[in-house]
Write a protein that binds this ligand. Structure first.
Ligand SMILES: Cc1cc2nc3c(=O)[nH]c(=O)nc-3n(C[C@H](O)[C@H](O)[C@H](O)COP(=O)(O)OP(=O)(O)OC[C@H]3O[C@@H](n4cnc5c(N)ncnc54)[C@H](O)[C@@H]3O)c2cc1C
Length: 400
């Protein structure tokens, strides 16, 4: 059996490692658009911008690993089409045959249709090359504007402040991360950034972007424009699912796969940011844009290709580092929201653990700067809401 993986990110690199670890000895080819071997993206908005991490430290496997494991990485190569009937990946005029195909094409930053800013320093952050270009511009005294107070926008704001830049963040919602965390926890992040000197403007609508004298001018409804040396647009990503859609695979906010990450085509699976899958534990479809999911999806898809039949049940997990705040989050609060929040510890001191509840179920948990909390959180999330869960005087460790 020969396997082709289209992607070249973390999901792809995790899948090929699992294939070899499980003893698969057939050919493996990774078709990867970027010119680098697979690397991890979290450092791109953290250590790499701060200068504490160099690019090679982000590689998923050392460069020599691919030869040692006889995994062919076709870096700098775009898959242009899929011929599902003849089981071929098209690379321009070349056709690459497969017995099993994993689509791990990830996600692409959303752009704002905001007028002609061509020539202006407007950046997005997804790739290593994006991060290196951004790092060069994050200098002492530089004026940085960021549209979007999501994870990437806030992490870049943190790195930029630590490098001595003046930072303005423009966000349409009333609080940063409001949709993911709810008001109580979103306020913690708003306070943190304001204390660190970020000009955080909430509830604003960006009306357009243009440029003058090499600077970006961001027009904002109802107030003076923001003039900056650099603008980062960080308004989320869209799944890179066009290749699958063009081949006739079902796509709806990502490639639709079952709980085993399989498309209806028995030879084709999808993993990572691009996969929209049935999650038996959550009882809904999810598409998760997190590092941990890319690793475990990739490994899971590899086992399914080799005949495994387990559904993917791992709960979504996420982490962030901003200034001296580290946090980890496990679980999922869907569009129906939550009806209870239990805080253990002190949110204003930013050392706490938090549980989100709905009805009789613990939906999600998170800690702030309390690294021992993640295992007890994992033990509680997904389980029932008991009196002990609701009682913040009962230590988290006693709930597990
Ligand atoms: C700056 C940044 C910081 C992040 N920080 C965190 C964090 O702190 N915590 C966390 O949990 N998550 C974080 N994430 C999210 C995490 O990195 C992603 O969830 C993860 O990278 C997804 O991996 P993937 O392999 O599915 O997709 P990707 O990493 O997007 O890789 C997909 C690859 O496929 C390639 N590709 C696409 N189409 C084709 C084609 N037709 N032919 C060939 N190649 C193709 C793309 O060029 C890309 O290299 C961060 C993401 C970014 C961008």
């Amino acid at each position: 059996m020969n396997v082709v993986v289209v992607g070249g990110g973390l999901a792809a690199a995790s899948a090929v490692a699992e294939l070899r670890e499980q003893g698969h000895s057939g050919d493996i080819v990774v078709v990867a658009e970027e010119p680098h071997p697979p690397y991890e993206r979290p450092p791109l908005s953290k250590g790499l911008l701060l200068g504490s991490t160099e690019p090679d430290a982000a590689l998923v496997h050392p460069r020599a690993w691919y030869d040692e494991q006889q995994v062919e990485v076709r870096a700098g190569t775009v898959a242009t089409g899929l011929d599902l009937d003849r089981r071929r990946v098209l690379l321009g005029s070349e056709a690459l045959p497969y017995d099993r195909l994993l689509l791990a094409t990830g996600a692409t930053p959303r752009h704002l249709p905001l007028g002609d800013a061509s020539g202006a320093p407007v950046l997005h952050l997804r790739t290593l090359d994006d991060a290196l270009a951004l790092r060069e511009r994050l200098t002492e005294g530089a004026r940085v504007a960021i549209i979007g107070a999501g994870w990437i926008g806030l992490e870049v704001a943190s790195a930029a402040r630590q490098r001595g830049a003046e930072v303005t963040v423009l966000e349409a919602a009333a609080l940063p991360l409001q949709r993911v965390l709810g008001d109580e926890l979103a306020t913690v992040f708003a306070d943190l950034h304001r204390e660190q000197g970020v000009d955080l403007r909430l509830g604003v609508r960006v009306a357009g972007i243009d440029h003058a004298d090499g600077r970006v001018v961001v027009h904002v409804d109802g107030s003076e424009p923001v003039v900056a040396d650099l603008l980062l647009v960080a308004v989320g990503v869209a799944p890179t699912d066009r290749l699958a859609a063009q081949a006739g695979l079902a796509v709806d906010d990502g490639i639709l796969v079952d709980a085993r990450l399989r498309t209806p085509d028995p030879h084709v699976l999808a993993a990572g940011d691009v996969a929209n899958h049935d999650h038996p534990g959550l009882g809904i479809r999810v598409r998760v844009e997190h590092w941990d999911t890319a690793i475990h999806h990739g490994r899971h898809a590899a086992r399914v290709m080799l005949g495994g039949d387990e559904p993917y049940t791992r709960l979504p997990y996420f982490f962030t580092d901003q200034y001296d705040l580290g946090m980890e989050y496990v679980g999922h609060v869907d569009a129906r929201g939550y009806d209870g929040l239990v805080v253990r510890g002190d949110l204003s001191a930013r050392r706490a653990s938090v549980l989100w509840l709905r009805g009789d179920r613990v939906l999600a948990g998170m800690h702030l700067n309390d690294w021992d909390a993640i295992d007890p959180l994992r033990a509680v999330v997904g389980g029932p809401v008991t009196d002990a869960v609701r009682d913040p005087s009962v230590p988290l460790a006693d709930l597990a």
